[in-house]
Write a new protein. Structure first.
Length: 216
């Protein structure tokens, strides 16, 4: 099964991705996590993208498309995958169409901007795995510590309020149009199914709605 998770920064894509990948046994492909790993390891890619990401802008389509094509050619993607944070622009989505990569489900997690600004200040992340927590809404078992590895949690460099507002503006301008792109695709060829789930409420309730949509 091939799934795209759409949603604004902080809508809860990463949070819900964990449950979807568990349920369907497919890998999570988060372009954001891949780029953060490159920055941490100071690879040529990481050095190139750091300033762009810290400003809340998008990395160029060429870089992202190459990264994703290379990733989905790996063996563990044979039975499907979950895209988290990709595609983010029409050219990225079109590149998958041109490469013959059919998608089964596109699921949008909908959250209002002001709710997102509130959430981001409390987010804590385990960068190596991409696991995220929230100091109030989704706390780790031990404050400041990742549940699974026992390693310390950090605040992401792009979670400052001003940067979050930039990321939201970029989302509305460049990524939100993908909802229309896939709705039109569903109407034209019927292969892809589009879903919209309300992303405000308990993590558990949202997971239920997400899994119900994907089982349609
Ligand atoms: P990326 O890593 O993709 O970030 P994003 O889309 O901005 O999304 P986030 O990871 O911030 O949020 P999320 O939806 O995963 O939310 P989470 O589950 O953590 O991209 C980062 C940057 O990389 C981009 O700005 C860009 O520069 C670059 N990039 C990446 N992909 C790219 C691409 N394809 N093209 C070009 N550039 C690209 O949840 C957020 C918080 O809310 C957490 O604290 C969580 O615990 C909490 N929370 C979750 N659910 C709930 C709930 N129901 N109630 C209350 N709190 C909740
Ligand atoms: Zn994420």
């Amino acid at each position: 099964m091939r799934v795209i998770l759409l949603g604004a920064p902080g809508a809860g894509k990463g949070t819900q991705a964990r449950f979807i990948t568990e349920q369907y046994g497919i890998p999570q492909i988060s372009t954001g996590d891949m780029l953060r790993a490159a920055i941490k390891n100071e690879t040529p890619l990481g050095l190139k993208v750091k300033a762009v990401m810290d400003a809340g802008q998008l990395v160029s389509d060429d870089i992202i498309i190459d990264l994703v094509k290379e990733r989905i050619a790996q063996d563990d993607c044979a039975k499907g995958f979950l895209f988290d944070g990709f595609p983010r622009t029409i050219p990225q989505a079109q590149a998958m169409v041109d490469a013959g990569v059919d998608i089964d489900h596109v699921l949008e997690i909908a959250v209002e901007d002001e709710e997102i600004v509130k959430r981001m200040s409390g987010r804590r992340a385990h960068l190596a795995s991409g696991r995220t927590y929230h100091v109030i809404y989704n706390p780790p078992k031990v404050e400041g510590i990742d549940d699974e590895t026992g390693e310390p949690l950090v605040q992401r460099d792009d979670d400052k309020e001003e940067t979050v507002r930039n990321r939201l503006a970029v989302y509305h301008e460049q990524t939100k149009p993908l909802v229309g792109f896939y709705t039109e695709m569903a109407e034209n060829n019927g292969k892809v199914k589009c879903h919209r789930v309300e992303g405000v409420g308990s993590v558990e309730d949202i997971t239920k709605a997400v899994l119900a949509a994907l089982s349609e």
